[in-house]
Write a protein that binds this ligand. Structure first.
Ligand SMILES: [Zn+2]
Length: 412
């Protein structure tokens, strides 16, 4: 049933475009909100030195993410002081407040990070649903099947809105704008990929793969569809995570983690059973949005950005190992010696150049090729590379043998 009060609408004119953000709460009930608020209170009031989650609540990491506020000590202190005063959470106020801050952040992102979503358009509608159900991997999700050229649909975890937005506002009068901005930018970036037709193409190819495998059960390993999805995600999730994190102060690169994931990909490519492949991906690649293809793809984008930086500067700033300016010509050797490093974030100009190039990509093979070129320009040896053309072919060969038929089925 349509409930007028469950939808909060905010509008703004940005450039030539009328943008309407409709935040809908019909899928996030008052009773769910109340129990989330109680849980947030429980978690945040006990937060302090040596705090452990109450075992009886059986909370998993995912759930904690929705309620725990990743903020500076200062907020914690304020919450500890204020939380002693009993507070009656107000569902209507929650809806108004969250709809306002979500809309403001979206307007801001459209003005700054992703103006291509509105350029040349008279109107854009964004339907954002606060949802009760737990979103498996993310705090938010882009619903591409319901998104069109004029309207974008997204879901946002209602628990996260309660625990990380409204709760912080009530007790510390703060809005975690950076959390909202990162999460929303990530999902909005997916809309650009959808507009390029990438998701439809991916679906179509997966269908072709399934048909081919049914007709030729012995030709390819059962892992092939899962592997194909990982390749698609390397670009789609990698780029979204790259954009999402563009304001981070530094970029941490953990080559041990990269190696572990690469070995995971090799293992995956050799699995015969489809169900085993799906299990492996679920276990080793989807544990958090910061691991798996998200992480690998984001780093690949970063190295592509670094190759752009190299055209302008002779040195890159290392923020670990005692901070130093490293000539680009020594980067390869340096990375071979140190398995964990922190490098400078790309400056805005370089980020924009790299992003412009990355946005033009329409297939993950182009992405892998661009990354390979960047590695060559940066002088990175095979062992330092993530998924370059050589490694991609190795995986392809593992899963599809001589992959004679691949060209027609997968490559179009
Ligand atoms: Zn995503």
């Amino acid at each position: 049933m349509f409930n007028l009060f469950s939808t909060q609408t905010n509008q703004a004119t940005i450039g030539e475009t009328n943008v309407t953000v409709k935040v809908q709460f019909s899928k996030y009930s008052a009773s769910w909100f109340n129990s989330d608020f109680q849980l947030a209170t429980q978690i945040n009031s006990k937060k302090g030195k040596g705090f452990k989650l109450p075992e009886e609540s059986n909370l998993k990491f995912r759930q904690v993410q929705r309620y725990e506020i990743f903020y500076r000590k200062f907020y914690h202190k304020r919450i500890q002081q204020q939380i002693k005063t009993p507070f009656n959470p107000d569902y209507d106020e929650f809806k108004r407040f969250c709809a306002t801050v979500l809309s403001q952040r979206i307007f801001y992102i459209l003005k700054t990070a992703l103006p291509q979503l509105i350029t040349g358009r008279k109107e854009l509608i964004i339907n954002l649903y606060a949802v009760n159900k737990y979103l498996e991997n993310d705090l938010a999700a882009y619903v591409y099947s319901n998104s069109t050229d004029k309207a974008i649909e997204m879901e946002f975890s209602g628990s996260a809105l309660t625990g990380r937005i409204y709760f912080l506002w009530v007790y510390a009068h703060k809005v975690d704008a950076s959390f909202l901005e990162r999460t929303l930018t990530h999902e909005l970036e997916h809309h650009l990929e959808h507009r390029k037709g990438m998701y439809l193409k991916e679906e179509e190819t997966l269908k072709n793969i399934a048909e081919f495998m049914q007709l030729n059960p012995e030709a390819w390993k059962g892992s092939f569809p899962a592997l194909f999805e990982v390749w698609c995600n390397l670009y789609a999730e990698g780029l979204a995570t790259f954009v999402e994190n563009r304001k981070a102060n530094q970029v941490e690169i953990d080559f041990k983690q990269v190696q572990k994931l690469k070995l995971g990909l090799i293992k995956l490519s050799l699995l015969n059973k489809k169900s085993d492949a799906e299990k492996l991906v679920e276990k080793e690649f989807r544990s958090t949005a910061e691991s798996g293809e998200y992480y690998l793809g984001r780093l690949m984008c970063y190295f592509i950005g670094l190759s752009f930086l190299k055209q302008k500067k002779t040195e890159v700033l290392v923020l670990s190992q005692g901070k130093l300016k490293l000539p680009f010509t020594e980067l390869g050797l340096f990375l071979e010696k140190h398995s964990s490093v922190k490098l400078e974030q790309l400056n805005e100009e370089t980020f924009k150049e790299a992003y412009a190039k990355l946005s033009q990509i329409k297939h993950h093979r182009e992405f892998i090729a661009l990354y390979t070129k960047a590695c060559q320009e940066l002088g990175l040896k095979d062992s330092l590379r993530i998924v370059d053309t050589k490694f991609y072919h190795k995986l392809l060969n593992n899963a599809a043998g001589s992959y004679k038929h691949c060209r027609e089925v997968v490559m179009g």
